[in-house]
Design a binder for this molecule. Structure first.
Ligand code: NAD
Length: 497
């Protein structure tokens, strides 16, 4: 088994030297990531083509530019994000300074999956570097060309003492997980997520787990079915269905199912004319997954569209399954391929009950012209993300947390949250030497009088409505105005960070 103890020792030494903590070092690494993305644009698209037959536009938009935009957001805001965050102070601490200082954890491990092998690896890495950590990146061996590119090219742009790329498979990941990291960020399936979390528990290492699951779609009869079909087909078929937040299956009432299928067929024809030869349509990552998906098609419902499989080309045509039952194989696992099962339900309540019987999904999509339908799903279910009247688009908003809940994941990232994820939030309270006389009420020997003063100062009351809420402000304002005047306190105020 590979031994990474020497590599880890080097990274620890680099982190302990303090070099990663300055703004300048962090900024330089981010500029390095930017140059990596810009200089290697064509090479990245080529590698993704080799691994997944990924259309150049999907590589450019979902992999390179998506990551690049997050990177630019980080670069533009890093100075502000690094600043201490002021914390509210109660009356007892009014003379103190209280703030949250974000500090790097130390050495972080980022383990990536193969389906978006640039976005899923480079985005957490840039967040870890922005937060001042050293990083080990373990790309997925399944996207071999992209992993090789990350191994050979990315380190050339970064501080070699602080960033390492380990290109390997299960044995290498297993060996890495034996080491003590200060943070682990894993993207991949839920089963391996449990292995990662167990390994992390050995060292009490905090984790972010970006996992998967079955993301449902509910289509209400009060919907524009042509619009629904286009938005669902796009989400299902981008990257050949190998997207963690791809709509996994559709639930709708029986009387709209045929019309929905017809609209989906039209959308597929329009998006991917002559699919088998279409440059805009991807391929399945490997034979193992291809056979797995083929079995799901063969054992479930009725093929209403597609169902063609070419093992040599790792090709599965866009496929729609109807008359699907909850017990069919396709409903037992995340499909992660271009297959859309449609299950009929009698009501939105039935759909909600079905969703709630399973694990909490990574994403949920509801279509209707009636907002109360969305409200019903929002109030009565749980999922990592929720989109009303579209699929997958929430991932593009840096202002929204991206992550799962329950078995679809722990933690979230994108934008500021990636930086925040890789930062320990240190609670800092700064006090002055003076004012000891006032402080002595908290020291023993205790007395009833001391107790009642302390509890009066510390006591919190439920919010009151109306003018009564202003009374304490008025009282404290008056007291402080008098203290200010009497002792000239304005000259002794602590400086706030
Ligand atoms: P994968 O096979 O590439 O595995 C992910 C990583 O885990 C790889 O780096 C691999 O080397 C490592 N690994 C695999 N088996 C291991 C083991 N036994 N011990 C230790 N490490 C091991 O990718 P995958 O799991 O097939 O990825 C697809 C899954 O990931 C889907 O479920 C998808 O929904 C999920 N996913 C989630 C997100 C998200 O952001 N939530 C994004 C992409 C993919």
């Amino acid at each position: 088994m590979a031994d990474y103890s020497e590599m880890m020792e080097g990274l620890r030494k680099a982190f302990k030297s303090g070099v990663t903590k300055s703004y300048e070092w962090r900024r330089k690494q981010l500029e390095g990531v930017l140059s990596f993305l810009d200089d290697n644009r064509d090479k990245i698209c080529q590698a993704l083509k080799e691994d997944l037959h990924k259309p150049t536009l999907e590589s450019a938009v979902f992999e390179i530019d998506f990551t690049r935009n997050d990177l630019i957001e980080t670069m533009n805001n890093l100075k502000d994000w690094m600043k201490p965050e002021k914390a509210k102070r109660p009356l007892l601490n009014i003379m103190d300074t209280a703030y949250i200082q974000r500090e790097p954890y130390g050495v972080a491990l980022v383990i990536g999956a193969w389906n978006y092998p640039i976005q899923i690896t480079v985005l957490p890495v840039l967040g870890a570097l922005a937060a001042g950590n050293c990083v080990v990146l373990k790309p997925s061996e399944m996207a071999a060309s992209t992993a090789k590119l990350l191994e050979e090219d990315l380190p050339r742009y970064l501080d070699k003492d602080c960033v390492k790329v380990v290109n390997g498979g299960v044995p290498e990941t297993t060996a890495l997980l034996k080491e003590k990291f200060d943070y682990i960020f894993y993207t991949g399936n839920t089963m391996v997520g449990k292995i990662v979390m167990k390994a992390a528990a050995e060292h009490l290492t905090p984790v972010t787990l970006e996992l998967g699951g079955k993301s449902p779609v509910y289509v209400d009869e009060n919907s524009d079915l042509s619009l629904v079909a286009r938005r669902v087909s796009w989400g299902k078929l981008a990257n050949c269905g190998q997207t963690c937040i791809a709509p996994d299956y559709v639930m709708c009432k029986k009387d709209i199912q045929d019309r929905l299928v017809e609209e989906c067929k039209k959308a597929v024809d329009e998006f991917y004319p002559n699919t088998g030869k279409c440059e805009d349509y991807g391929r399945i990552i490997n034979e193992r997954h291809l056979r797995r998906i083929k079995k799901l098609i063969d054992g479930s419902g009725k093929v209403a569209l597609g169902g063609e499989v070419d093992e040599e080309q790792k090709y599965i045509s866009p496929t729609i399954l109807t008359d699907v039952k909850a017990t069919d194989p396709v409903m037992q696992e995340e499909i992660f391929g271009p297959v859309l099962p449609i299950m009929s339900v009698n009501s939105d309540e039935e759909a909600i009950n079905y969703i709630n019987k399973g694990e909490k999904p990574l994403a949920m999509y509801v279509f209707s012209k009636d907002h109360t339908v969305a409200e019903k799903f929002l109030q009565n279910t749980s999922s990592g993300g929720f989109v009303f009247n579209d699929t997958m688009m929430h991932a593009g908003l840096m202002s929204l947390p991206f992550g799962g809940v329950g078995s679809s994941g722990i933690g979230s990232y994108h934008g500021f949250r990636t930086f925040d994820t890789f930062s320990h939030k240190r609670a800092v309270l700064e006090r002055k030497h003076g004012g000891e006389a006032m402080q002595s009420i908290r020291y023993p020997p205790y007395s009833e009088k001391k107790g009642s003063i302390v509890s009066w100062i510390m006591r919190k009351s439920p919010k009151k409505s109306g003018l009564r809420t202003l009374i304490p402000y008025f009282l404290f304002g008056t007291i402080f105005a008098v203290l200010f005047k009497t002792y000239g306190l304005h000259n002794k105020l602590p400086s706030l960070h």
